[in-house]
Ligand binder design. Structure first.
Ligand SMILES: *Cc1c(COP(=O)(O)O)cnc(C)c1O
Length: 370
């Protein structure tokens, strides 16, 4: 490289200052509760270990993982804060989790037995969070099986029940009556647990509920997306997007009027224009459905991507403006300078920004921390 830094091909830049800001802000909004930052799916594509460390610096006291494997990645990195793991397939050996002091979610008698067996093998009790399904119909015990679950858990010496918890289905729709119905079922489940002799903490709130339902913060809140600076509700909050996706111009050239661009020739220049080739495509997380429907930030302006998004490249129409090879191209970022956002991509493609940022976890995309 002759000591010269190459311009990036496909790079996500993770702004950990923004992440810390968001976590501090969320922890302040939920100051009567503790804060678990959810770092599943490699930290929503931001890097679980780096995010976890920054979140703990900023006031989070818990981490949330989808699976035991994800939780053990945090432990292997030397992170000793409480971690809850909530979704593993039947037959999972929980012993490494118990050994590593990972809190385990339990939704059924079968899971309780598997965790208890692991704890017996390891020779220390497992800390569990009993999950009640209050209306999402995904994970969690059915209400009619809950009584048996809490009684069995209370009578199982190998497990210590630390929490009763559940997950909300429509907290992002402010004022939706189903959230109150879920809260009522949650309250019933908690009372049953207490009646069974347990003394658990409670947690229910995802990002949307952290932001809009202080009455549902209980003892612990579980924000994910908001920690990454993306707002799941229509009301404004002081959240700063953490991920920027950038590349650089690999080639810039003039093409005359009448020339077409990219596979299928779906765009044709009306006048002579300068086109910039940017070496990122759908293999790097640029949805092909954004063909002729997206902009990038390049040389101080928003400019349209013209023609099809290819596997490895897109072409940007720069008109008569000066553009040079090596110029930075921002695919999406915080939006504060006019650059597109992950939300903008999600709105155009009919998805949510969660899927956009999580989809940036790809071997070809390098990740840099700032
Ligand atoms: C993903 C997840 C969260 C975080 O949800 P956000 O909407 O990203 O805040 C919280 N709890 C559970 C169980 C989850 O699976």
């Amino acid at each position: 490289m002759n000591g010269v830094m190459a311009a990036p091909r496909a790079e996500v830049v993770i702004d950990l200052d923004n992440l810390r800001h968001n976590v501090e802000y969320l922890a302040r909004l939920a100051s009567r509760a503790e804060t678990m930052v959810v770092v599943k799916a490699d930290g929503y594509g931001h890097g679980a270990v780096e995010v976890a460390r920054a979140a703990l610096e900023a006031g989070a006291t818990w981490l949330g993982s989808c699976s035991l494997a994800e939780a053990l990645v945090l432990r292997a990195a030397g992170i000793s804060a409480p971690v809850l793991s909530w979704l593993d397939p039947a037959g999972t050996d929980y012993a490494p989790g118990v050994e590593a002091g990972v809190d385990l979610s339990v939704s059924s008698l079968r899971q309780l037995a598997a965790v208890a067996e692991a704890a017996r093998g390891v020779g220390r009790p497992a800390r569990v969070h009993l999950k009640i399904d209050t209306g999402l119909s995904r994970n969690g015990s059915r209400p009619d099986e809950w009584g048996a679950l809490v009684e069995k858990a209370a009578a199982t010496p190998e497990v210590r029940v630390h929490a009763v918890w559940s997950h909300l289905a429509v907290a992002d729709e402010i004022g939706h009556p189903a959230t109150d119905a879920q809260a009522e079922r949650f309250d019933d489940a908690y009372r049953e647990a207490v009646a069974a002799g347990l003394d658990p903490i409670r947690h229910l709130a995802n990002s949307a509920a952290v932001l809009t339902r202080p009455d549902l913060h209980f003892d612990l809140v579980r924000p994910g997306i908001a920690a990454y600076g993306l707002n799941p509700v229509p009301e404004p909050f002081d959240l700063r997007p953490v991920m920027t996706f950038r590349s650089s111009v690999a080639l810039a050239k003039r093409i005359p009027a009448g020339e077409s661009v990219s596979y299928g020739m779906s765009w044709t220049a009306k006048t002579g224009t300068t086109v910039a080739l940017v070496p990122v495509g759908y293999a790097d997380g640029v949805p092909r459905t954004l063909s002729n429907r997206m902009h990038v930030w390049l040389a101080g302006a928003r400019r349209p991507v013209v023609g099809r998004v290819c596997m490895d490249q897109v072409v940007v129409d720069c008109g008569d403006d000066p553009v040079a090879e090596g110029d930075e191209v921002v695919l999406f970022g915080a939006g504060t300078h006019g650059e597109p956002t992950a939300r903008e991509w999600a709105d155009i493609t009919g998805t949510i920004d969660y899927e956009i940022v999580t989809g940036m976890y790809r071997p070809r995309v390098t990740r840099t921390y700032r």
